[in-house]
Design a binder for this molecule. Sequence first.
Ligand SMILES: Cc1cc2nc3c(=O)[nH]c(=O)nc-3n(C[C@H](O)[C@H](O)[C@H](O)COP(=O)(O)OP(=O)(O)OC[C@H]3O[C@@H](n4cnc5c(N)ncnc54)[C@H](O)[C@@H]3O)c2cc1C
Ligand code: SF4
Length: 517
Amino acid sequence: MESSPPVRQLLFLFGDQLDEHYLSHTGLNREQDAIALLEVAGESTHVLSHVQRTVLFLSAMRHFASSLVKAHWRVHYVRLDDPGNSQSLVTEIGRVVREIQPSQLVFVHPGEWRILDTVIGASEHTGIPYRVETDPHFLTSLRWFDDWASTRRQLRMEHFYRERRRGLGLLVNTDGTPVGGKWNLDSENRRSFDSEPAAPALPRFAPDGITRAVMDAARTTLPQLPGELDGFNWPTTRGEALLALKDFVAYRLVQFGDYQDAMWTGEDTLYHSILSSSLNLKLLRPSEVVDAAIRLFEAGSAPLNAVEGFVRQIVGWREYVRGIYWNSGRSYSSYNTLEADGRLPWFYWTGETDMACMRDALRSVLTRSYGHHIARLMITGNFALIAGVRPSEVAAWYLGMYVDGVEWATLPNVLGMALYADGGHMASKPYAASGNYINRMSNYCNGCLFEVKKRTGEGACPFNTLYWDFMIRHQRRFLRNPRMALAARVVDRLSKSEREDVSRHARWLKESWGVFG
Ligand SMILES: Cc1cc2nc3c(=O)[nH]c(=O)nc-3n(C[C@H](O)[C@H](O)[C@H](O)COP(=O)(O)OP(=O)(O)OC[C@H]3O[C@@H](n4cnc5c(N)ncnc54)[C@H](O)[C@@H]3O)c2cc1C
Ligand code: SF4
C-alpha cells in the first residue's frame, strides 16, 4: 500500500465478495478508507478444494483488486506466495490490522458460519471496533427469511418462491397472478435429451497472465489439491461473467427448461447457464441475471417454461437455500437423521469405477469442477444417500470439488436435498432412486458393464442393490412418510431370502469401495 494518511475504516473482502457495490454499501471513501484482500492456503485445505476452484477464487480476487487499484482505492493485498503469509485467515487478519492500524474494521456478512466466527474472533482479538454489514447481493434479506420462516410449520421452497416472485413483481400480472396462469412449469421441464439438438459449445475464457500466475502459485504452494487444471474455463472478472451471461441468454436459455433434468454421456453442461460460480463470487448480481432472462421472454424470443424454470432457480432455490442455511444455525451441519456412518468411496476422488453414470459424473467434476444439478442430486448425491455415507464427508467433498462451492449453498443442498440428513426440514422425501430412474433420464446404462434390470448377483446394477438395501434398512421410518409409504410398502413384496440377498450384496459392494472401516 502507498504511504498515505492513516486509515479510518479497513474493509476486508473475501473471495466470494467481489462486487464493487460493497464499497458504497459499507460507506467507504477513497480518501480515508482502505480495502484488504487475503489469499490463504488454509481456505483451500480446510476441506480439500479442487484446484480449479482455488485458482478461480484467487484469480478473481487478484483481478478485482487490480480494478480497485485502477479506480484509485487503497488496497492491501496478501498473496498466497508472499513470504510472510501465515496461510491462516485469523492470523492474517491480525497481521494486516497491526500493519495498517485502522480506526475501524468493516466486514460484509460472510457466506459461512465458520468465517463469521473467525471474523468476530479475530476482530475482538485486535481490540479495534468492528462492524459486520448485511450482504446486499441477495434478493431476499436474512431478516425477511427469518420472519417468513417464523410463521411456517414447514419451510417449502415452492411457498417461498411464490411469495418472493409476487413481492418482487417478477413474471406477475397486475392482479398478482402468475404470467401464463401457473407459478411453476416444472412438469414441462423433464424432456430427456437424445443427443439432438447438440448442446452449444461454451464461450472460451483463456487464462490471462494473472490467472497463469495463480496457477503457478497454486501448483507450488498447494500441490496436494485434487482435480485437473488443464480445462480451466471460468470467468474471472465481471466483464467475462457478463459475457457468460450474454452467451447463455443468446444460445442456451431457450432450451434450458426442456432439458433441465436431462443427462447424457459426455454432455457435462447441456443447456445449463454455468453461471453459479460468477454469481457466488458476486461477479454477477441475481437481479441482472433474472432481468436478462425475463427480457428475452418479453421480447417473445424465449418460451415461458424456460424462463420461469430459470427464474425459479435464482429467485427460488438459490435464495431459499441461503435462508435455510442461516436460519437453521450452526448445528445444521451436524444433522444425520438417517444415521449414515459409511466413508466416501475412494472413487469419488479418482473417477475410477465401472458404473458408467458415476464415471461420467465424476469425470465432469474432476476435469471441470462442475456437474449440473441432476448429476449432483441423482447420481453422486443419490449414490451417497443409498450407500449410507456420512453427511459430513459428503458435504466436504461437494464443498471443495465444485467450482461454485460456498457453504451457504452446498450444505442445504447436500444435507437437505441429496441426503435427507435434516429429516425433511427442506425436502418432503429423500431423493432415492434405483437404476431405473437413471436409465429413463440418460443414455448411461446402454454403455455400462452392469445390467440395469438386475437387482442382485453378478453384473447387477449397484444402484438397484443399494436402493433396495436402503429401503429395507429404513422401511419403518419411510412407512410413516406419506410421500414414501407407497415405495416403502413395496419392500414387503420381497421374500426373506431376496432381502437377505440384497443386504449381503450391498455389504459386499460397500466393503469393496471402502465405505466400511
Ligand atoms: C448435492 C448438491 C450440491 C450443490 N452444491 C452447490 C453449491 O455448492 N453451490 C451452488 O451454487 N449450487 C449448488 N448446488 C445447486 C445446483 O446444482 C448448482 O447451482 C448448479 O448446478 C450450478 O450450475 P449452473 O450455473 O449451470 O446452474 P443452472 O442449472 O443453470 O441454474 C441457474 C442458477 O440457479 C442457481 N441454483 C439452481 N439450483 C440451485 C440450488 N439448489 N441451490 C442454489 N442455487 C441454485 C444457481 O445459481 C445456478 O447458477 C448443489 C446441488 C446439489 C444437488
Ligand atoms: S446400469 Fe446402473 S450403474 Fe450402470 S449406468 Fe445404469 S444406473 Fe449406472
